[in-house]
Design a protein around this ligand. Structure first.
Ligand code: TIU
Length: 226
């Protein structure tokens, strides 16, 4: 068991029963010409966390731990995309329509892939999710249970939309969740801050939060003492 300095108090992390979940680090949210940009957002804020997410991935990969990547992705026939989701907002190009990187938020399109720097490697789980949360219509809960995973460490984008929704879904299913604060980002700075406060308030009503340095220090301290 690792003890990680975190808010609102130390997070106890059972190494073998913990998975890293990297939410939606896709070109569609992070690069110009994707879905995030079509909604009018400044995507450069999200690109800035790629190196930190890379270091977090390395921490788990070097130790052979479970790594899960999610992608917000719809079937090419859009049968898993509610019309309300397509209609929402004032996007210049809508979900399912052709953009510079292919059809927005559609499985298999160039823009729907995880950014090259964080691409999944052999053996890692890649979960295509039609919703904002990672549990809706994905079967991932059953897979996690079969693997004996009880603790989830979260990173990715965006903090208040797909990351927070996934953490809340995980919370309701009994997982102990830790958010890595410098490995997540929002198009809106105050939403990121507010989300971290919401998660950790009231004694960790949704979970815990900590920077990558504290998580890395906890791994290293255990390995030195082992
Ligand atoms: N728009 C926005 O902030 N997020 C999403 O639409 N999806 C995810 O957060 N992945």
């Amino acid at each position: 068991m690792l003890s990680v300095k975190a808010d609102p108090y130390d997070y106890e992390l059972p190494v073998a029963d913990t998975a890293l979940v990297v939410i939606d680090m896709q070109r569609d949210f992070i690069e110009p010409g994707g879905f995030g940009a079509a909604l009018g957002n400044d995507v450069s804020r999200l690109a800035a966390i790629i190196p930190t997410v890379g270091k977090l991935l390395a921490l788990f990969r070097e130790r052979g731990l479970t790594v899960i990547h999610t992608r917000e992705a719809h079937l090419p026939d859009m049968s898993d995309c509610p019309p309300s989701k397509v209609a929402r907002g004032n996007a210049t190009v809508r979900i399912g329509e052709e953009g510079p990187m292919g059809r927005l938020l559609v499985r298999g399109e160039a823009g729907n892939q995880i950014v090259d720097a964080l691409a999944p490697v052999e053996g890692e789980w890649v979960i295509d999710k039609p919703g904002k949360g990672m549990f809706w219509n994905t079967g991932v809960h059953e897979r996690l249970q079969a693997a004996g995973i009880t603790h989830l460490v979260f990173a990715g984008v965006t903090t208040e939309v797909c990351v927070q929704t996934s953490m809340r879904e995980a919370n309701d299913r009994g997982y102990e969740c830790l958010l890595v604060t410098d490995a997540t980002e929002s198009y809106f700075e105050h939403f990121k801050t507010g989300t971290i406060e919401m998660i950790t308030a009231q004694g960790g009503i949704v979970g815990w939060a900590t920077p990558l340095s504290a998580l890395a220090a906890a791994f290293e301290a255990k390995e030195v003492s082992a």
